[in-house]
Write a protein that binds this ligand. Structure first.
Ligand code: 3PG
Length: 213
């Protein structure tokens, strides 16, 4: 079975999803699966996040489901209890990092400065979310940050401002493991039940990834 990070590297894109309505969870999962992008980061920004993760793990086991916006130890316990295979955070937080490590849970802390990268590396975390990617300078910032650290084996997951139009450019940076983003399944698309459009966006991601090779 591939590790979570191997799965990220295979698909190269992690749909970031904020769910308000539990009835949307299975049609959304089916759109991702039918679109060929079997990954979902369900953010702990809505009160149904844990329930949504639990439902997906139970009813759509073929989907690789993780938790996003993991800010606190409580979020970690709730996410793991719900069955989340991985966790992603916007920032670097010693409390959550220590807990994730002690529980041996695949966890991706967020960074956007050299000092934060060094702190994460010192704690043996080498897969890092680069957030908010666009607002922090986008690809040029990512390349600048990669120069002094790529030899450490660090890999980034840029998130924030990624879309179909800049995805290829981000993915072409050698330190980029995968990109995250809400553009695949936006809140509006989910609210309007645009499942077909979400499926097509997943297919478009695969075309972009295939064209990189
Ligand atoms: C996140 O939650 O990681 C970001 O808010 C996603 O940013 P995006 O909406 O620009 O993709």
């Amino acid at each position: 079975m591939p590790t979570i990070f191997e799965t990220f590297e295979k698909y190269r894109v992690i749909p970031v999803i904020a769910l308000d309505d539990i009835s949307a969870v299975l049609p959304l999962a089916d759109a991702l699966l039918e679109g060929g992008l079997p990954l979902a980061e369900i953010t702990f920004r809505t009160r149904i996040a844990a329930e949504a993760i639990h439902t997906l793990i139970e009813k759509r086991p073929e989907l690789c489901v993780g938790a996003g916006t993991v800010l606190t130890p409580t979020n970690i316990h709730d996410a793991i209890h719900a069955g989340a295979k991985f966790g992603v955070a916007p920032g670097l937080n010693a409390e959550t990092i220590d807990l994730a490590e002690s529980l041996e849970w695949a966890f991706v802390p967020g960074v956007c400065t050299p000092s934060e990268i060094e702190s994460a590396l010192a704690m043996n975390f080498t897969v890092l979310k680069f957030f908010p990617a666009g607002a922090m300078g986008g690809i040029s910032m990512l390349k600048a940050l990669s120069a002094p650290y790529s030899h450490t084996g660090v890999r980034f997951i840029p998130t924030g401002g990624i879309s179909e139009s800049n995805l290829a450019e981000y993915l072409a940076v050698p330190t980029v493991l995968a990109c995250g983003g809400t553009w695949i399944a936006s809140k509006t698309d989910i609210a309007e039940k645009n499942w077909q459009q979400i499926k097509q966006r997943c297919q478009r991601v695969q075309e972009i990834v295939a064209n990189l090779k």
